[in-house]
Design a protein around this ligand. Structure first.
Ligand SMILES: Cc1cc2nc3c(=O)[nH]c(=O)nc-3n(C[C@H](O)[C@H](O)[C@H](O)COP(=O)(O)OP(=O)(O)OC[C@H]3O[C@@H](n4cnc5c(N)ncnc54)[C@H](O)[C@@H]3O)c2cc1C
Length: 406
């Protein structure tokens, strides 16, 4: 259930093990959070949002009108519980635990992408060569220096510090008045919608069945085994069931036998024509929390974290903020997008870790959801893990950090 990048990756690895896979989605294949995102495949982004000082920083930024995180004020018990759990995870220990578990999924996925893209000829505008973080203010750069030093010590993260005067030589598309930057050579990028389209074609060729516009509303069980899904078009029987339903997973709590702590974190993107002077690498504009990804066919800018529930309206202020943020770092940016402005719900968990594994409802039901801001980067390793669990094979990664009761 769910044809985003996570469901597609699970289907891929199950097909590879000889399973006959059917993918159901309530919408068009791959059209939700996995389509208009920034497409960075970034092992360097192992740190979760929940880090020491994150709550204080968010409140101060909000008071100064500088925040890229918005919470729509409302009485929503699930959001309040999520925020409370998030605040509890803002400790050094919790952050390092999340980094360790994220890094395992990120590194394995980065390695699997290379193999997958070549072997299955996935046309997705794949580029290796790294990723750049750039800073307007000395203060934010200094905070990042300290964070990098910690991650380099604990997790051997490799990166190169760039001084202000080295930046424009390194990336001529940047303005000359920035404070400095960090270059992360092991990261890569791709165009997410093209990846999903090409992966879909490859799955079709290998016999997978794809059913769109069919919402799963229930799951029938006999004893401790699930037997079929319930949809408005009738029942769908299977031997194993995998829920890869992203930010909508909490709506299926009865089917899973548990409620996962996932909130929709709405993000926005604009896909523009490549400017004459286009960055060669994805660039993260850290003070404004905006990312610009150069694709063969476009320049995509994206970001914003809006906790406004399951609201899929495009707020024009946020779209303006994306453009004005990017303009403070780039020499050139086209005025209008070439494609419709986009928003999607990131599946956000309080500790920054996805939930991957068996569910309490029955012995043949699994979930893989809650990949936060890193679903593109973590999909292959997630799919491989689910396929190995179902096929009772030795697991490539230790699954305990992603247990659904975590
Ligand atoms: C602005 C932005 C930029 C981002 N940039 C990056 C990036 O650079 N790198 C990165 O790694 N990640 C990035 N992300 C995060 C990434 O997009 C998500 O983590 C990822 O797409 C989540 O994938 P998913 O398959 O879990 O969810 P989705 O893609 O949302 O897929 C879930 C699917 O389940 C279906 N579904 C739900 N309920 C049901 C039901 N009951 N019945 C049938 N179908 C159902 C939905 O229709 C949907 O198609 C970004 C996100 C945003 C918003």
């Amino acid at each position: 259930m769910g044809s985003g990048v996570i469901g597609t990756a699970c289907s891929h690895f199950l097909t590879e093990l000889g399973y006959e896979v059917t993918i159901l989605d309530r919408a068009d294949f791959g059209s939700q959070c996995s389509s208009g995102n920034c497409g960075n495949i970034c092992p360097s982004h192992m740190a979760p949002l929940a880090e020491p000082g994150a709550v204080r920083h968010a409140v101060l930024s909000w008071l100064h009108g500088e925040t890229a995180v918005f919470i729509k004020p409302r009485l929503d018990l699930s959001l309040l519980t999520w925020l409370y759990q998030f605040a509890r995870h803002c400790t050094k220990r919790s952050m390092l635990d999340a980094c360790r578990a994220n890094q395992a999924l990120l590194n394995q996925s980065r390695h699997l992408y290379e193999e997958l893209i070549t072997r299955f000829d996935l046309a997705c505008e794949w580029h290796t060569g790294g990723n750049l973080h750039v800073f307007l203010k000395q203060k934010t750069l200094a905070t990042h220096d300290r964070k990098h030093a910690l991650l380099a010590k604990e997790f051997l993260l490799s990166g190169q510090r760039l001084e202000a005067d080295e930046l424009t030589e390194f990336e001529p598309a940047l303005r000359s008045d920035l404070a400095g930057g960090w270059y992360y050579p092991s990261d890569a990028h791709l165009r997410p919608d093209r990846l999903l389209q090409s992966w879909r074609d490859s799955l079709n060729d290998r016999g997978a069945t794809i059913v769109e516009h069919l919402e799963v509303t229930g799951l029938a069980t006999r004893g401790s085994t699930a037997t079929h899904l319930i949809t408005r078009n009738g029942d769908v029987a299977a031997d194993h069931f995998v829920f890869t339903t992203g930010a909508l997973t909490p709506n299926l709590s009865d089917q899973l036998g548990c409620r996962l702590p996932i909130q929709p974190g709405k993000g926005y993107s604009l896909t523009m024509r490549r400017p004459e002077l286009c960055p060669a690498l994805p660039v993260h504009f850290v003070d404004h929390n905006v990312v610009a990804t150069p694709m063969d066919s476009a320049l995509r800018i994206g970001s914003i974290m809006e906790f406004s529930g399951y609201d899929d309206r495009l707020n024009p202020d946020r779209l303006r903020a994306l453009k004005s943020g990017a303009r403070q770092y780039l020499q050139k940016l086209e005025e209008d997008p070439t494609e419709a402005p986009w928003c999607g719900w990131r599946p956000m968990t309080p500790n920054g870790l996805p939930r991957i594994g068996p569910c309490p409802i029955a012995n043949n039901v699994y979930v893989a959801a809650g990949h936060n801001m890193l679903g593109m980067s973590m999909a292959p390793a997630t799919g491989q893990l689910i396929a190995q669990m179902i096929d009772r094979r030795p697991l490539t990664l230790d699954p305990r950090p992603y247990a659904i009761n975590g």
